[in-house]
Write a protein that binds this ligand. Structure first.
Ligand SMILES: [Zn+2]
Length: 140
């Protein structure tokens, strides 16, 4: 359509048109609703009307999932007791990860990641001598 029909935002016809198209298009979101209506009409403050139409729709309100944040479990005792650094540690493993060192045509090496975590603070170590010894004992 070359020349779109201009609709005012405060007009009742405009709001009924948005509501009708919202239901006809199976309760689409405000962006899709506005994109569809913009194919035929030029609505002044159309995004505001589209959002209010979707926001007032009772079916959309009933079916929209609400995110409820899960309750966080209490921290373990090791995390809340004051102690020296690395007095209590944890280990996380992941892998295998394919690592390529060098430029092109280098065959990737299968590698594993080992992260040592200080439970007293949030510092991570992965290069200390103790950790290397523990890892080497674990994988050899
Ligand atoms: Zn709806």
């Amino acid at each position: 359509m070359k020349h779109h029909i201009v609709l005012l935002s405060a007009n009742q016809v405009t709001q009924l048109l948005f509501k009708f198209e919202h239901v006809r298009l199976l309760h689409v979101g405000p962006l899709a609703l506005l994109a569809h209506i913009n194919n035929h009409y030029w609505v002044i403050r159309g995004r505001c009307i589209a959002r209010s139409t979707v926001g007032r729709c009772i079916q959309c309100f009933k079916t929209s999932p609400r995110f409820i944040s899960p309750f966080m479990a209490p921290l373990p005792r090791e995390r809340v007791i004051i102690a020296r650094l690395f007095a209590r540690t944890g280990v996380d493993y992941c892998g295998p990860v394919m690592v390529r060192s060098g430029l092109r045509k280098v065959t990737p090496l299968k590698s594993y990641v080992c992260v040592f975590i200080c439970l007293v603070t949030i510092y991570n170590i992965n290069t200390s001598r103790v950790s290397v010894v523990i890892v080497s004992r674990r994988f050899h």
